[in-house]
Design a protein around this ligand. Structure first.
Ligand code: NAX
Ligand code: K
Length: 257
C-alpha cells in the first residue's frame, strides 16, 4: 500500500532476514551515504522527518478528512532519533498541526544534527514544554492525539531505566495514538523486544520497557529485530520510508547480498 510516495507498508508475511539491517549495518549505511556519496546527514534527517510528516498528514486526510484538531506531542531523545523528532515537529508545525516538543536532555547534550534541528525549532517558537509535564499531558491526551516517540532508534544499546522508562510507561498508559520514529524506544534493532541481553518470550515482561507503537515508520529497510515473534506487538502497523538513496546501493554498501 503506497500511502505516500516515499513510504511503503511492510508485508510481515514475506519479511526475511535478507531484507533487514542490523544496527551496525544501519550505521554503515549512514556512513556510506555521508562519506562516500557525500549526502549531508541533515538531508537524510530531513528526508526521514518528511516521510513521517507525509504519513501523518495522509493518514489524517484519509481518516478524518483533514480535521487537524488533534495534538501531536513529540518526545525527543539526545541523538539523531531525537533530531528526527525536532525536524518532524518543525514540518508538522509549518503544516498547521498543534505540536508540543518534550526533550529528554538539555540541548548541550544533543548530537550535532539534533542540536541544529532543536535550535531551529526554538527560533521558530514551536511550543516546547518541560519534560516533567509529559506524564500529565500523556494522561490527559485524547484518543485522536498522537505521541511521536523520537527518544531512541538504532542507537539503543541497553535496557531502559530511570526517566526514559518512566516516559515509556507514560506513553503506553496514554489514550493517545503512538507513532515510533525508526523503532519503538526499548526495541533493539538487532534483537527486537529485549531486556538486558535476553530475548523476551513473555512480551508482558517488557511492560513499561518498550513503547507499544500503533505505527512504526522505519528508515531505509526493516531492522533485524523485526523478525522476533513478539515484534509486531510493539511495532504496530509498520512502514518503511526511503530517505532519498537507492536501496540497492545501500545494500551493496553493507554487503547484504
Ligand atoms: N540510518 C539512517 O540512514 C538515518 C538515521 N537517522 C536517525 O538516527 C537514529 C540513530 O541515531 P543515533 O545513532 O544518534 O542513536 P539514537 O538516537 O538511537 O540514540 C541516542 C543515544 O542514546 C544513548 N542510549 C542508547 N541506549 C540507551 C538507553 N537504554 N538509555 C539511555 N540512553 C541510551 C546512546 O548514547 C545513543 O547514542 C536512527 O534511529 C534514525 O532515527 C535519521 O536521522 C536519518 C538517517
Ligand atoms: K524511537
Amino acid at each position: 500500500m503506497e500511502i505516500c510516495p516515499f513510504v511503503r507498508l511492510l508485508d510481515w508475511r514475506t519479511l526475511r532476514a535478507a531484507d533487514c539491517l542490523t544496527a551496525r549495518q544501519s550505521r554503515e549505511v549512514d556512513r556510506f551515504a555521508i562519506e562516500e556519496l557525500g549526502i549531508s546527514s541533515l538531508v537524510l534527517m530531513e528526508n526521514a522527518a518528511r516521510s513521517v510528516c507525509d504519513w501523518i498528514s495522509q493518514y489524517d486526510q484519509a481518516s478524518s478528512g483533514g480535521e487537524t484538531s488533534f495534538v501531536v506531542r513529540i518526545v525527543c531523545g539526545r541523538g539523531n532519533n531525537g533530531g528526527d523528532g525536532f525536524a518532524i515537529a518543525r514540518l508538522l508545525w509549518t503544516m498547521g498541526y498543534a505540536v508540543e516538543i518534550f526533550a529528554t536532555h538539555p540541548e548541550a547534550e544533543f548530537s550535532p544534527d539534533a542540536r541544529a534541528n532543536a535550535a531551529l525549532a526554538r527560533k521558530l517558537g514551536i511550543p516546547w514544554r518541560e519534560l516533567q509535564e509529559f506524564g500529565e499531558a500523556a494522561a490527559s491526551a485524547q484518543a485522536k492525539d498522537w505521541i511521536v516517540d523520537a527518544i531512541l532508534g538504532t542507537g539503543q544499546s541497553r535496557p531502559l531505566s530511570g526517566v526514559l522508562a518512566e516516559l515509556v510507561q507514560g506513553m503506553n498508559a496514554s489514550a493517545s495514538r503512538r507513532l515510533a520514529v525508526d523503532l519503538p524506544t526499548g526495541f533493539s534493532a538487532d534483537a527486537g523486544p529485549v531486556s538486558g541481553n535476553r530475548l523476551i518470550d513473555q512480551p508482558h515482561e517488557l511492560a513499561g520497557l518498550c513503547v507499544r507503537a500503533d505505527v512504526t515508520i522505519t528508515f531505509v529497510t526493516p531492522k533485524m529485530g523485526m523478525l522476533h515473534p513478539g515484534a509486531r506487538e510493539y511495532l504496530g502497523e509498520t512502514f518503511v520510508a526511503s530517505i532519498g538513496l537507492p536501496e540497492k546501493l545501500l545494500r551493496e554498501a553493507v554487503s547484504l547480498q
